[in-house]
Write a protein that binds this ligand. Structure first.
Ligand code: HEM
Length: 160
């Protein structure tokens, strides 16, 4: 099935990616995690996205599931993009941003939380394709701390 022409600026994301990264925050111990990301399309002008992560031990073996998220990536005119993500932790985010070549910068426009979710107020993500690998850095403002690093990772494409 042909990719919808509107998706051309972010078509480089399509596929099944696997890799590893690092998490940290002032309130927690840093740790290594493994990640799987899947970007799919169905011919319509959005990408479906899902991500799963696992805590990794020193040997790189999976210990237990960590964060997961899923949503949709929509391209607007002038290479503006809108991303909607839902998290099992009771948080929903709407990001807005821009695609410049193989770099995508996203900032939360809206965050909604269930009454029981952790205090989370903003996120910022930078995705880039570097030597064919998908790399990203994620910053968050949460539990009384201003926007700062929480996760970053590098993933290889393992299937189209
Ligand atoms: C690669 C993705 C991510 C991984 C592997 C990850 C992992 C973790 C871990 C292990 C913790 C500390 C223990 C825990 O509370 O479970 C944590 C805390 C937290 N994470 Fe993430 N996280 C990721 C992405 C996110 C995202 C996208 C958000 C927001 C939508 C988020 C929000 C938080 C919050 C609010 C805390 C609580 C901090 C605290 O209470 O001290 N995380 N994360």
């Amino acid at each position: 099935m042909d990719v919808h022409p509107d998706l051309e600026p972010i078509a480089f994301l399509l596929g099944h990616w696997e890799g590893a990264g690092v998490i940290g925050y002032p309130t927690m111990e840093s740790a290594n995690f493994g990640q799987e990301i899947i970007f799919e399309h169905n011919g319509k002008p959005f990408l479906s996205y899902r991500s799963r992560t696992w805590l990794l031990d020193q040997q790189g073996q999976k210990v237990r599931p960590l964060a997961s998220e899923s949503g949709f990536w929509r391209v607007q005119p002038e290479r503006q993009i809108e991303v909607m993500l839902a998290h099992p932790t009771g948080i929903i985010e709407i990001y807005v941003g821009e695609v410049v070549f193989h770099k995508i910068e996203l900032i939360t426009d809206v965050v909604a939380r269930t009454v029981t979710s952790k205090d989370y107020s903003a996120g910022k993500r930078l995705y880039g394709l570097v030597n064919g690998n998908l790399m990203y850095a994620y910053e968050m403002a949460a539990v009384g701390h201003p926007l700062q690093d929480h996760a970053s990772a590098e993933l290889k494409k393992v299937a189209d």
